[in-house]
Design a protein around this ligand. Sequence first.
Ligand code: CP
Ligand code: NVA
Length: 294
Amino acid sequence: MKRDFLTGEELGAFELGKLLDRALELKAGRRDGAGAGELAGRSVALVFEKPSTRTRISFEVGVAELGATPIVLRGDELQVSRGESVGDTARVLSRYLDAIVIRSGSHEAVAELAAAADVPVVNALTPLHHPCQALADLLTLRERFGDLAGLRLAYVGDGNNVARSLAIAGGLAGMEVAIAAPPGYQLEEGHGAKLTDDPRAAAAGADAIYTDVWVSMGDEEEAERRRSDLAPFRVDAELLSVAKDGAAVLHCLPAHPGEEIAAELLYGDSSAVWDQAENRLHTQKALLAMLLDS
Ligand code: CP
Ligand code: NVA
């Protein structure tokens, strides 16, 4: 039975721990060839219907380091852009490939692709979920703080795809996730996170403060209104001062220093942002190895 990774809810807590263990092994042994050849002879499509720096490059490098062949495709290169159905695309790709990684502007289209594909489908970001990012974020927190259970993470800003995936993955890892967003930008209930419209209440005593862009891909038309509504939710030194001593600052990138995050935090000693970006590579290698294990 093939397994997809669309929301993060497909993983159990034990399995998530194992995946992070494996990612740490792959990271530590990277220059000694850890994982090299593990997926030899396999092929993985990387479909990007939206821009990407980290996800695209970390997946392409990761697939190659595992010995498999990455095939990078833009959405407009496929016949689906000319009306071929998502289902037919999935059925055909399944005859060539061992997995499909896809970034799309429609979560429903990715779910439809996964339902029709015979091979694992990995969500590389939709407007609803960014589960691969959350895996890297948890690995980064584990490296900084050790055990994830009981860690307090405050997400401050837009209750978006990144916030939702953090709530899901953080909950699975036994973390306490609080999400502060203004009215109209709140995450829906049901993911186990504590929801508030008060950034200081979320950040008080937190082990880590996380933020993401105020204007996600697809939200460009609302940019002006979003910048004004979200301005009180900027992550800055004042907000960090109410968190625990030694608290980490996280951001999935791309960042807009001076907008959702103060430059002094992004580039300061508390920043775990560059480790997060690196850890995309290691966690995604562990994920693909797990999904393609047979
Ligand atoms: N964080 C993240 O997914 O970055 P990219 O959009 O560059 O892939
Ligand atoms: N929330 C952002 C994340 C980018 C990695 C977006 O969807 O554009």
